[in-house]
Design a protein around this ligand. Structure first.
Ligand code: GLC
Ligand code: CA
Length: 535
């Protein structure tokens, strides 16, 4: 049985904002909090009721805000703490929630803690053990953005650990002061009224040195509990970024009696359509279906909350990887949405998805900004000519999901009056919100209807799921059955080719991406429809 808290949270629909690229209010080319505030009604119209804000704390921006230099200040370009307070109250006024991004694994190397820590290894330095220091690298770990994970610091004359960029030193959670500091950070934002946190690489705050893993260390549960198992934090919605794919492990973190997390992101389907992050692989929506079926069964079977998502700020656009983002962009975008957002769990929609944003193409590395992409490009160039290296960057770069929102087809897609911090999507004239809304085939309207169905029928938020398609079928069909007699909702999503679909059910079409009326029949490529099945 799901707990009351879980039941309430199964009604959340989260919209993820990448603040730098959402809406620029003052023409400096950088999105900001006042820009976000001006779009809250837009989000409400879409039908979301919570916002996850990627980091907007003070930061030198080596990793776009995931390198925090002060957890209690807002990044200057984004606004002030007053703006953040205004955002919280503007959301609350409309019954919406705010989820902040907490980055507890590392700070920026310009954070005061690190500046103090590097000063000396002497026992009288209270910040001495805030980070992992050693005379020699303790192992051969590689940093996520390339190179060794150990960097020599000429000031302290020792090496420190950084799992990501050189300027993102890992905090040493074994030091009780670090735990206390991070509790205080959480409490600071809870006092300001935030409703939850998405926690960056939560699995890494305890390292498993013994087994050579920089994650899932022996004290992980203890640390997460210290943050979120307290009375003050028990009401929060907490979603961990955690590359776990062992269901027992997930249950130990997100089980309702654990006092740890509400849920975790499960990332298996991120490997769909690629053999590695920068290399495409021919694939079919079958693989997405199979992963969804597997995880949906595992999670709901244990009363865990599944996170329903396809896109985020770290992955290239899912419809470009797994759909046809040319002639059938509308059809693929809506079909994939119906595969995911009718399941039991909490939907997460990443900005731009709602009008069918697709990948971008740029010929010059100068049109990219992301530290991961830039470092990867250097690595690739040592293995292959520049042309193919750029192709890989265009395929896999996080930047192509971070290009500014294209609100319309005008200058800079209506994102800014100034020069955007990163070039807008190369397809902005064709793919933007306004032209989507003006089109008969509007991804946005499909999303809005899909979310409206979630809101209207308890079967979708609370009910059980019955999978009607089998592994062999070239489509995905699932039925959501309600706790009461209000109706059952059927989702049918055809894959890449035309197929005959016969199901022993009849009902009324609530939504379709091509005017379908009856459940059974010939489905076109990526055709999808949602039906109300009468008892
Ligand atoms: C997470 C974030 C990513 C960031 C990294 C380091 O994976 O989602 O954007 O670069 O952590 O903080
Ligand atoms: Ca701005």
């Amino acid at each position: 049985m799901y707990s009351e808290k879980q039941k309430a949270m199964l009604k959340w629909v989260v919209y993820q904002i990448y603040p730098r690229s959402f809406s620029d209010s003052n023409g400096d080319g950088i999105g900001d909090i006042p820009g976000i505030i001006s779009k809250i009604d837009y989000l409400r119209e879409l039908g979301v009721n919570a916002v996850w804000l990627c980091p907007c704390y003070k930061s030198p921006n080596d990793d776009n805000g995931y390198d925090v230099s002060d957890y209690r200040e807002i990044m200057e370009e984004f606004g002030t703490l007053e703006d953040a307070k205004e955002l919280i109250s503007a959301l609350h006024l409309r019954g919406m929630k705010l989820i902040m991004d907490l980055v507890p694994n590392h700070t920026s190397s310009s954070h005061r803690w690190f500046l103090e820590s590097r000063k000396s290894a002497a026992p009288d330095n209270p910040y001495r053990d805030y980070y992992y220091w050693a005379d020699e690298p303790l192992n051969d770990w590689r940093a996520c953005f390339g190179g060794s994970a150990w960097e020599y610091d000429p000031v302290r004359k020792q090496y420190y650990l950084h799992s990501y960029a050189v300027s993102q030193p890992d905090l040493n959670w074994n030091n009780p002061s670090v735990v206390k500091e991070m509790q205080d950070v959480v409490d600071f934002w809870v006092d300001l009224g935030v409703d939850g946190f998405r926690i960056d690489v939560i699995d890494q705050i305890s390292k498993d040195f013994e087994n050579g893993r920089n994650c899932f260390g022996p004290r992980l549960h203890e640390f997460i509990h210290a943050l979120f198992g307290r009375e003050k934090t028990a009401h929060l919605f907490t979603v961990g970024e955690c590359w776990a794919n062992d269901i027992d492990e997930i249950e130990r973190h997100a089980g309702q009696d654990r006092g740890e997390l509400t849920t975790l992101f499960q990332f298996d389907h991120m490997e769909c359509g690629r053999s590695d992050k920068f290399t495409p692989k021919p694939d079919s929506l079958r693989s997405l279906r199979d992963i969804l079926v597997r995880w949906s069964s595992l999670m709901t079977g244990r009363d865990l909350i599944q996170t329903l998502f396809t896109d985020n700020h770290d992955q290239n656009r899912f419809i470009s990887r797994m759909g046809n983002d040319a002639e059938l962009r509308y059809e693929s975008a809506t079909c994939i949405a119906a595969m995911v957002y009718g399941l039991k769990g909490v939907p997460f929609i990443y900005q731009g998805q709602e009008y069918g944003s697709a990948g971008s193409h740029y010929d010059r590395i100068g049109d990219f900004r992301d530290i991961e992409s830039l470092n990867m490009f250097e690595e690739l160039k040592s293995e292959m000519p520049e042309g193919p290296a750029m192709e890989k960057i265009n395929f896999g770069s996080r930047d192509n999901a971070r290009r500014p929102m294209a609100w319309n087809g005008g200058k800079n897609g209506g994102f800014t009056e100034g020069t955007p911090w990163i070039p807008v999507s190369s397809r902005w004239k064709e793919i933007n919100l306004l032209s989507d809304l003006q089109s008969e085939k509007s991804v946005w309207r499909f999303y809005r209807e899909l979310l409206a169905i979630r809101r209207k029928y308890d079967a979708v938020t609370e009910g059980e799921t019955v999978f009607l398609s089998s592994d062999a079928d070239p489509f995905f069909a699932y039925l959501r059955t309600g706790p009461d007699d209000s109706g059952r909702i059927l989702y049918v999503c055809n894959f890449e080719s035309e197929s005959e679909i016969r199901l022993p059910l009849e009902g009324k079409a609530l939504l379709s991406n091509c005017g379908r009326k009856r459940v059974s029949g010939t489905y076109r490529p990526y055709e999808t429809a949602v039906f109300l099945i009468k008892r």
